[in-house]
Design a protein around this ligand. Structure first.
Ligand SMILES: *Cc1c(COP(=O)(O)O)cnc(C)c1O
Length: 224
């Protein structure tokens, strides 16, 4: 067995069955991605639209590609064309652009709202107050082709597990609050995407339904 297949097998053994895996393939070669694909994984994540599109054209059609990196407005058209899920929606303006473009292309695009839970300023996403203060009932009623499916967050990059746990806990609480307040009748709002290679166990303990792991599957990245 290749080390990639072995890594996936070990992860699957440790992961509760109701948690989905996004295999993060940024910087990875098509051959490496195919090794993961051949173990049965079908959800892959890229943080750049260009790289996602390129890989989508050469890899099997039944892969669901998730865009997990910041999306610039001039790339919305390509992102909607290529991605099944856009996990990194960080403004209502971007959401409306995705909605308009999805309508134009005659497709539905599943979206996650990215929430800024880390202490690093460099990370993008809605502020927690911004998310809590928005009337998502009204926003989602006004959407024609973008679907709000849940939240995504990235914890602080630190060895301090308690800090990471608190950040995930905050996000999980926000997720449950929004679901009850704004998405009571919508089973679609069901995804809580949190947890990466270094902190997925903590994320799962705090209620994650989807982890995004690259290093754990493919090994250390040479570049970012
Ligand atoms: C790169 C990346 C990941 C995966 O990181 P690993 O530490 O390699 O698991 C997850 N989420 C996002 C948004 C990323 O950019």
């Amino acid at each position: 067995m290749s080390s990639i297949a072995g890594n996936i097998e070990a992860l699957m053994k440790a992961l509760p069955g109701n948690v989905a895996v996004v295999a993060v393939t940024k910087t990875r070669s098509p051959a490496e991605i195919m090794e993961a694909y051949n173990t049965g994984l079908r959800i892959f994540g890229e943080n750049r639209v260009q790289e996602l599109m390129l890989k989508k054209t050469i890899l099997p059609e039944d892969i669901k590609w998730h865009l997990i990196g910041h999306l610039q407005s001039n790339k919305v058209k390509q992102a909607v064309e290529a991605a099944s899920v856009i996990e990194s929606v960080d403004s209502v303006r971007l959401l409306r652009m995705i909605d308009a473009e999805s309508s134009k292309q005659g497709k539905k695009t599943d979206c996650l709202l990215q929430v800024h839970i880390a202490s690093e300023e460099t990370k993008t996403g809605f502020g927690i107050d911004e998310i809590s203060g928005t009337d998502w009932t009204a926003v989602s009623a006004s959407l024609a082709a973008a679907r709000l499916c849940g939240l995504m967050g990235i914890a602080t990059f630190t060895d301090d597990t308690e800090k990471v746990r608190q950040e995930f806990r905050t996000l999980a609480m926000l997720f449950r609050t929004l679901r009850e307040k704004h998405f009571g009748n919508c089973p679609l709002f069901s995804v809580l995407s949190m947890g990466m290679s270094g902190d997925w166990k903590t994320a799962v303990e705090e209620g994650s339904t989807m982890i995004r792991v690259g290093t754990l599957i493919f090994g250390e990245r040479i570049t970012i």
